[in-house]
Structure formats: C-alpha cells, structure tokens
Design a protein around this ligand. Structure first.
Ligand SMILES: *Cc1c(COP(=O)(O)O)cnc(C)c1O
Length: 366
C-alpha cells in the first residue's frame, strides 16, 4: 500500500539525530521553558524572517492566544467580527469563538481555496477587526491585496500558517505578512514534531511580550501574574526535535514541490481537476488536492490499486454539530468543495517510481 503519509519512514530518516537530542534533554534535567525552546524560537523566527517566535503547545493555541492577547491589549472586544474562509479546518474558527468573537465565514476563491480579496472587502462592517487568512493546503493567500485592505480599513491580520511553513510571496514568508501568525507542528504538518507543538510569529514587541506571559499562566516573573493566562508551553523535548526537523524543512519542501510538479504535468484525465498556483515559491504542498464530482468512486478505485488518499475535509465547520447556529448560512461553493476534494499522497519519502505508478493509475481511471 502506498500510504498517504508515512510518518514512521519520514522520522526514521532523522532517527539518530532525534535520539541524540532527546538524550541531551533527558540528561540536562531541565524540561520546561529552557535552552531548547529559546533556541528553537530564535531559529524559527529567523526562518520566517520575523523578529519574534513564541513556542506554544499546539497550533490551535497559537491562534487562540494571539486573539486573546489583542483583547488584553485593548484592540478587540467581545462580539467583534473576524473574517475567515468558510472552507478552513475547524481550528481556525474555534480560535475565534473561544474568544467570544464572531466568525464571518466567506466563500473562498474556487481556484486557490484561499480568501479572495474582493469578497473580503465586501464583507467588512463597522464590527470587523481582524482578517484571518488561512494558507490552505500550503498555498499562501493573496497577502499583498489583503494587507492593502487591512491598512485601508484599519484591521489586523492573523495568518493561519498551520499548513504553510516556508511558503512565500515576493521573497517574504508566510508568517511575516500579517500582524501575527499561528503555526502548528502537529506530526503530519510540513514541520512536524513527535507530539503536539505550535508557535506564534510577529514583529510586534508588545504583542510578543504579552504572549510570553499568556502562555505561562499570565506571568512574566514566577508567582507574579499580570493576566489570567493559560498553560500552553512548547516543551524542551519537542523543541529539541523540532530544531532537528527544521534543518530539513527546505529539502523536504523541495521534494514536495517536485512531486506536485510531476502530478501537475503528467496527470491527464478530464474527470479530475488539478490544483493551480502562480509561482512554485507560493506553495509548499502540505497537501495536493484534486477535485472530482465522483470522489467516492475515484478514491475506491485508487484504494483497489493500493493508493491511499484522504479527504481534507469531509464536512465544513458550519455543518458541524458544534456550530449548529451557523448551519443555515448558505455557502454553496464551500459545500461543493467539501464534496469533491481528495488529497493524493505527497509524502516526501515516496520514490519517483511510486509517483509514476500513482500517475499511471490516475491516467488509467475511466
Ligand atoms: C492543523 C491545523 C490547525 C491546528 O493545529 P494543531 O496543532 O493541531 O492544534 C489550525 N489550522 C489549520 C489550517 C490546520 O491545518
């Protein structure tokens, strides 16, 4: 079986180094907020081109804590509106409602699956305070246009970079366009820990300092609490392993781009629509998502041929029981996307022969 994503094989490539750094942390006797986290934060900020990176427990907390910090700093109040794509993973929406803010779900651009600047500008009201672009599947959103709109209407931008480590436009990385960004290091993400992990990037010192406290009980100094904070820390073992994985992010991204380019050039089947992008640097191919009206039949055919696929995502957030209050807003495009998308294997350990086999089987589907 060609697996959709084979984490065992991916991490086996780095096993010796991972074991070595785990041993280093075990032997150090220091397990929370130490040297590994500080060094990872420095290295990750450098990788994104930002002044600050703040390690947190996971990607959902990264997004939630930025919004929380903006409330603490007086930029946001309960009931303010956050513009977000309707077809995102539910975590983007959870970060909004957790802060008593109102998600304004927008239909995406049908070609890119990302926010569309024209829809965003139309959705702005007197309550709008934030644009939350999600760089879905690894393709960076139209940040030049979104930053112009934010500036014109005095809005803040929080980028959801959970799927887009290293994507860029005009040489500027995802996570460095908005006022802040949330990253996830869930094991299956392009930069994956061996457990949960996340980070926030920003160039704003006041925000960075507030976040350093919020992630640690609202405290800058032990036993002095400025905010009603949370415990959302990246731990030393995960930070140490992320430092190893970060060294290989670029080479793994290059392989993902190579696989995606082959799929794009060599898949020729008019029942299947392929993703599009302008510039290869814009996309880091967390997922390679194709579309077809006959998704179930197509995925069963691939499975019969020993090719595993996954749906990202089967149900949009507004159709989840958790958001029953949103179930009647009409989002026909989003619903159609969720019925048609299918993610092909894009594991960086797949061989050229594996990819040729997948392409041959897709071209033979009728
Ligand atoms: C994975 C993901 C998150 C959440 O990250 P976790 O680390 O799993 O909490 C948020 N947004 C998007 C788009 C994601 O894909």
């Amino acid at each position: 079986m060609l697996k959709f994503l084979d984490l065992q094989t991916i991490n086996a490539q780095y096993r010796d180094e991972l074991v070595e750094v785990c041993t280093r942390v075990i032997d150090s006797g220091w397990y929370i907020l130490g040297k590994e986290v500080t060094e990872f934060e420095r290295e990750f900020a450098e990788c994104c081109g930002t002044k600050y990176a703040i390690g947190v427990a996971n990607g959902l907390d990264a997004l939630t804590l930025v919004l929380r910090a903006w409330k603490e700093l007086g930029y946001l109040n309960d009931g303010d509106e956050v513009i977000v794509p309707a077809n995102t993973y539910i975590a983007s929406i959870l970060s909004i409602t957790e802060n008593n803010l109102v998600p304004v779900l927008l239909e995406p651009n049908e070609q890119t699956y990302n926010l569309n600047a024209v829809n965003v500008e139309k959705a702005i009201t007197s309550k709008t305070k934030i644009i939350l672009p999600v760089h879905l599947y690894g393709l960076i959103s139209p940040m030049v246009e979104l930053c112009d709109i934010a500036k014109k209407h005095n809005l803040l931008i929080l980028e959801d970079c959970a799927q887009a480590h290293g994507a860029e436009i005009l040489g500027k990385k995802a996570g460095n366009w908005g006022d802040a960004a949330g990253f996830s290091f869930y094991p299956g993400k392009n930069l994956g820990a061996l457990g949960d992990g996340g980070a926030i990037t920003t160039n704003n010192e006041e925000l960075a300092n507030t976040l350093l406290a919020l992630r640690n009980y609202g405290s800058h100094r032990k036993y002095e609490n400025e905010f009603k904070g949370v415990n959302s820390r990246l731990d030393e073992i995960q930070a140490a392993m992320l430092r190893v994985k970060l060294k290989y992010l670029e080479s793994e991204t290059a392989i993902r781009r190579k696989i995606a380019t082959r799929y794009s050039n060599e898949i020729k089947n008019n029942r299947i629509s392929l993703p599009i992008w302008d510039d290869i640097e814009n996309h880091v191919f967390h997922l390679f998502v194709v579309r077809t009206e006959e998704r179930d039949r197509f995925s069963e055919y691939l499975l019969e041929n020993e090719i595993q696929t996954v749906i990202h995502y089967p149900t949009p957030p507004h159709k989840q029981n958790a958001y029953s209050e949103l179930k009647d807003i009409g989002l026909p495009l989003t619903e159609r996307i969720h019925n048609e998308v299918l993610s092909l294997p894009i594991d960086p350990t797949l061989t050229d022969e594996d990819i040729s086999y997948i392409i041959e089987k897709i071209n033979g589907y009728e």
